[in-house]
Design a protein around this ligand. Structure first.
Ligand code: GDP
Length: 195
């Protein structure tokens, strides 16, 4: 039901034609400090610096994303945890109606990869419906501090049926791929069950 086509066509957007809802809700998950807010900011504003950071924990960002392979665009609502993940549980409202989730870890902190499984379980518990999953190994610019190999991340992603990418909000590497990858998978009609 989360992926049902909603027969509303937002002006200037092609989501209806692609079988996407007019607003795709993507929730960001992962431990505090892995770079969730920075990824959203980099994608939306193309910047990475303290001046670009919001003062109040931002609840969500809306961005237009190009769906790979189609040239079409759709509207993404990127939900950020606003720091609530520190309490190890997010409000059910956070997950409600989400079409996709990006579980982010920090390649320089092994424990954040181990916690990806925890966030997946949270998602299963509260979302309870199929959605597209993306596993993101962020901070790929910190080459000398790497604790988690790329192949390890990819294997975990494969085992949970998620897409995978290593990104850097700092350099901008593969940031668009996170958001476009989610939109592409949704448009391709291949939701991954998290049940
Ligand atoms: P969140 O708690 O997951 O939202 O993490 P933030 O977006 O607040 O980022 C936490 C810290 O990691 C900040 O000091 C960022 O500057 C830093 N950071 C985020 N992404 C990257 C990245 O790709 N590379 C590097 N080197 N630092 C990053």
């Amino acid at each position: 039901p989360a992926l049902a086509t909603v027969p509303v066509h937002a002006p200037g957007l092609d989501s209806g034609r692609l079988g996407l809802p007019p607003h795709v809700k993507l929730v960001l998950l992962g431990d505090s400090g892995v770079g969730k807010s920075c990824l959203a900011l980099r994608f939306k504003h193309g910047c990475f610096d303290p001046g670009c950071r919001t003062t109040v924990g931002a609840a969500f960002t809306a961005a237009t994303v190009t769906v790979p392979g189609s040239g079409a665009t759709c509207k993404l609502e990127i939900w950020d945890t606003a720091g609530q993940e520190r309490y190890m549980s997010l409000a059910p409202l956070y997950y409600r109606g989400a079409h996709a989730a990006a579980i982010v870890y920090d390649i320089t902190e092994r424990r954040t990869l181990a916690k990806a499984q925890y966030w997946l379980e949270e998602l299963r518990r509260y979302a309870g419906h199929s959605m597209v999953l993306m596993l993101v190994g962020n901070k790929s610019d910190l080459v000398s501090q790497r604790q988690v190999g790329e192949e390890e991340g990819r294997q975990l992603a494969d085992s949970i049926g998620a897409l995978f990418v290593e990104s850097s909000a700092a350099s901008g590497s593969n940031v668009a791929e996170v958001f476009e990858g989610v939109a592409g998978r949704l448009a391709g009609g291949m939701p991954v069950s998290v049940n």
